[in-house]
Design a protein around this ligand. Structure first.
Ligand code: HEC
Length: 146
C-alpha cells in the first residue's frame, strides 16, 4: 500500500512540475520557440545552407525604409516606431499598438495564427510582398532580444 501511494504522489509531482514549467519559463516562451522552430525547419527545407536566424538581419528588416508597399507605411517602424519597447501607433488608423519587444510584452509572437496573419498583412503593407520565412524568423529573433 505504502509503495503504491509513493508512486502515486510521484506521478502527481511530475504533473505539477510539467504544469508549472511554462509559468516559470515565462508565459509565452514555449509558443514562440515552437513558431521559431517551425520557421527554421521550413527555412532549412528550402535552403540546405540555412544556418540560423539573425537578429541583425531582423533589425535591418525592422528599420529599413522601402518603396514597394503602401506609401503611408514605408517601414515597420511607421507603425511599431523606432523603439520596439515603446508603444506604437497605427499609421493607417491612428490606433495605439502595444510594444513589440518581448521584454515589454512576454506574449509577443506566441500565437501562430496571429503571427502569420500579421506577417501577411504588414509585410504586404511595407514591402508590397509577403515576408520570406527567413525574414519572419529574423524579425522574431531580433525582437526576442529587445
Ligand atoms: C499599418 C501599421 C503596421 C505596420 C507598417 C507594421 N505593422 Fe506589424 N502590427 C500592426 C498591428 C496593428 C499589429 C497587431 C496589434 C498588436 O499585436 O499589438 C501588428 C502585429 C504584428 C505582428 C504580430 C505580433 C504578435 O505578437 O504576434 C507581427 C509578426 C508584425 N506585426 C510584423 C510586422 C513587420 C515584419 C512589419 C514590417 C515589415 C510590420 N509589422 C509593420 C501594425 C503594423
Amino acid at each position: 500500500m505504502k509503495k503504491a501511494s509513493w508512486k502515486h504522489s510521484r506521478v502527481i509531482l511530475a504533473v505539477l512540475v510539467t504544469l508549472a514549467a511554462p509559468v516559470v519559463a515565462g508565459a509565452g516562451d514555449n509558443g514562440r520557440e515552437a513558431i521559431l522552430a517551425a520557421y527554421a525547419a521550413e527555412a532549412k527545407a528550402s535552403d540546405p545552407s540555412f544556418s540560423g536566424f539573425s537578429a541583425n538581419r531582423g533589425e535591418t528588416l525592422f528599420r529599413s525604409v522601402r518603396s514597394g508597399g503602401d506609401e503611408r507605411t514605408p517601414s515597420c517602424t511607421s507603425c511599431h516606431t523606432g523603439d520596439p519597447r515603446a508603444p506604437g501607433r497605427n499609421a493607417k488608423t491612428g490606433r495605439r499598438i502595444d510594444p513589440v519587444a518581448v521584454s515589454a510584452n512576454v506574449r509577443r509572437f506566441t500565437e501562430g495564427e496571429k503571427v502569420e496573419k500579421h506577417f501577411a498583412r504588414d509585410c504586404k503593407s511595407v514591402l508590397g510582398r509577403p515576408c520570406t520565412v527567413l525574414e519572419k524568423g529574423d524579425y522574431i529573433t531580433f525582437l526576442e532580444g529587445q
